[in-house]
Design a protein around this ligand. Structure first.
Ligand SMILES: C[S@@+](CC[C@H](N)C(=O)[O-])C[C@H]1O[C@@H](n2cnc3c(N)ncnc32)[C@H](O)[C@@H]1O
Length: 301
């Protein structure tokens, strides 16, 4: 069995790492994944860096952190909060609001001695698993936000997840979802990578094509006045600085799931690398795009 280096430590391929709080991680190549959840993407320092980068890319592209018509919310919940970047920015924007981020995995604090990176006092992290029900009472939050959990939720679980979002929202409160979908017009090599990643996801019960359907799940869960919007980001230098950012993000995701695809025997590592190299050549010629699906609605009073 091969040994590889991750986070400065030596890890056997397929090695299980137990975290002190009972969580377990699975090492695949040099990438660490959560062991006991369908989540397809890695959960390691490299992925934290990508999520931070992606947050700034989305804020730049969408020009703000939310689309719902917020009116001085007293409480906000961010589900699958990742690095906590979105929740902490919301806590800074609304200093009188109680903002909670919840995720399977608590992100490391920045811990800089000069105070830079200190978490806002009105922001708290609470460990939680959206698939097992959230540790909050009915009707707790004015605004419930969930962004980019598509690779974490098994297809048949989506209706229950949407009901859970609505359950923890107060009557009259708002829910917002932001999801993505496969790249479009990336060329044949991109289509092959998307097919491999879709297959790897399907083996965990996850369907990465559900992004445009989340608005419908929220409506079925009882939300009213649902507004939905699709935003297409350019991927590649043809799209200027935003296009370059989106390309870096897309390659971050595709590189991140390579070991999972290889471990599942869906593709060999050299074939995966060759497809990635071809995508770099094709992107601009094909004018590739990456969709984001934004939906928000209100829980009836
Ligand atoms: C792609 S990241 C998105 C993070 C953040 N929402 C953002 O937009 O930057 C998905 C996050 O969902 C978390 N996650 C995966 N499965 C989860 C679950 N069952 N319950 C709660 N969080 C989960 C992961 O740990 C990861 O931080």
């Amino acid at each position: 069995m091969a040994w590889l280096w991750g986070r400065g430590k030596r890890h056997q391929v397929g090695q299980i790492e137990a975290a002190g709080d009972g969580r377990r991680f699975l090492w695949l190549g040099e990438r660490r994944h959560v062991a006991d959840a369908p989540y397809v993407l890695p959960s390691d320092d490299q992925e934290i860096n990508r999520l931070d980068f992606q947050h700034y890319m989305l804020r730049y592209a969408l020009r703000r952190n939310f689309a719902a018509p917020l009116n001085r919310p007293a409480s906000i919940l961010d589900i699958g909060s990742g690095t906590g970047r979105w929740a902490m920015e919301m806590a800074q924007l609304f200093p009188n609001t109680n903002v909670i981020g919840t995720d399977l995995v608590e992100p490391k604090a920045d811990n800089l001695s000069n105070g830079i990176g200190k978490r806002p006092d009105n922001y708290t992290f609470v460990q939680g698993n959206i698939l097992e029900g959230l540790p909050f009472a009915d009707g707790t939050f004015d605004f419930v936000h969930m962004r980019l959990l598509l690779f974490a939720i098994a297809k048949e679980t989506w209706p229950a997840v949407a009901r859970e979002l609505v359950r923890v929202t107060r009557p009259g409160g708002l829910v917002e979802s932001v999801e993505t979908g496969p790249q479009r017009d990336g060329g044949p090599a991109m289509d092959t990578l998307v097919q491999w990643i879709t297959e790897a996801s399907a083996r965990r019960g996850v369907d990465p094509l559900l992004g445009p359907h989340v608005a419908g799940f929220l409506e079925n869960a009882g939300l009213k006045n649902v507004v939905k919007r699709e935003v297409l980001l350019p991927v590649g230098t043809y799209g200027g600085r935003l296009g370059n950012m989106a390309a870096a993000d897309v390659f971050g995701v595709m590189t991140g799931v390579k070991q999972l695809v290889v471990a599942q025997g869906i593709a060999e590592a050299p074939a995966y690398d060759a497809a990635l190299a071809q995508v770099r050549i094709d992107l601009d010629r094909m004018r590739c795009t990456l969709p984001f699906y934004i939906a928000h609605g209100q829980k009836p009073k």
